[in-house]
Design a binder for this molecule. Structure first.
Ligand SMILES: [Zn+2]
Ligand SMILES: [Zn+2]
Length: 303
């Protein structure tokens, strides 16, 4: 699988905009010179529980098949004992996924798989480095930012922060596509609702289709007169505003797309393992002729 199979157009556009910001490379270098990667890694390995075939295998077992399907190296997986359902991926030299106890307790197996696939999607699409930068600038506080960014100045930092935040949101849409590819858009929709913090009593009653349509309403604003004002407001506040229904709508739309269907068909053919004797491409056993080279195929249905 390639990043290009999944990348959301908003993600691609936001990344381009981000790379155009003149101070971006300098900030990137400063953060990593400071040792952010090593600091986060040392915290992770001392505070969280590393899962494996022998350490809570019932949780760990879900990760390798996803990586195998996506064709990525298996990252390390850690459990953080926080009661708040959450998951993230970090690490530049050594990539690792962290899931919280709150997530493990509240999420069913297929939902946990969707969450892990979402994180693996970030790895496949090479988001991790930029999202580490985004998290460090937004979560580690002004003291940290000032200590490493003193010379750059907060005025110059503002457009970078805005571009990073825009990209960060858009990158979630790409990772959601990977998650729905591994599970389904319906599963991912449930995951998003749970991550929004909607309580169980409401989750059991609510209509996910109607919730998803709220996202469509938001998307429709893009065509209206007020969209520019909304974008300016979002960019000027560091608010991580509610986004669940938009993500749900986007991922459901993608599942219906030709791109997603073709990808699923291709994977099915690979998993079947039948190849054309003439060109060697994967074939469907119901085909009379190879769709790649036109070679007449003997019907091997009965074999
Ligand atoms: Zn994500
Ligand atoms: Zn062929």
């Amino acid at each position: 699988m390639n990043a290009s199979d999944f990348i959301h157009p908003d993600d691609a556009a936001a990344l381009q905009a981000l790379k155009k910001i003149p101070i971006f490379p300098a900030v990137m270098e400063k953060v990593f010179q400071y040792g952010l990667d090593e600091i986060q890694w040392s915290e992770n390995v001392t505070m969280n529980l590393r899962l494996s075939d022998i350490q809570l295998p019932e949780i760990y077992k879900h990760l390798p098949p996803i990586c195998h399907k996506l064709g990525i190296q298996i990252p390390e997986l850690y459990l953080q004992m926080s009661p708040i359902p959450n998951a993230w991926t970090s690490g530049n030299n050594r990539v690792y996924i962290v899931v919280t106890l709150g997530l493990i307790k509240r999420f069913k197996d297929d939902e946990l798989i969707a969450v892990l696939a979402h994180e693996c999607g970030h790895i496949l699409c090479q988001h991790v480095l930029y999202s580490m930068l985004a998290n460090s600038l937004f979560n580690l506080g002004d003291v940290f930012v000032e200590s490493i960014m003193g010379q750059i100045g907060s005025v110059a930092m503002k457009p970078l922060k805005q571009a990073l935040m825009t990209w960060s949101r858009a990158s979630e849409l790409t990772a959601d596509r990977v998650a729905s590819f591994i599970t389904s858009a319906a599963t991912m929709t449930k995951v998003l609702a749970k991550l929004e913090g909607i309580p169980k009593t409401i989750l059991n009653e609510m209509d996910y289709g109607a919730w998803t349509l709220q996202g469509a309403d938001y998307e429709n604003l893009k065509n209206g007169n007020s969209w520019k004002k909304i974008i300016r407001y979002i960019a000027n506040t560091d608010l991580d505003h509610p986004y669940g229904p938009v993500r749900a709508y986007e991922v459901n739309q993608w599942e219906k797309s030709l791109q997603c269907q073709q990808l699923k068909n291709q994977v099915k053919l690979i998993e079947n393992g039948k190849t054309c004797p003439q060109c060697g491409n994967f074939i469907d056993e119901t085909w009379g002729f190879c769709k790649n080279c036109g070679n007449k195929l003997t019907n091997n249905k009965s074999s």
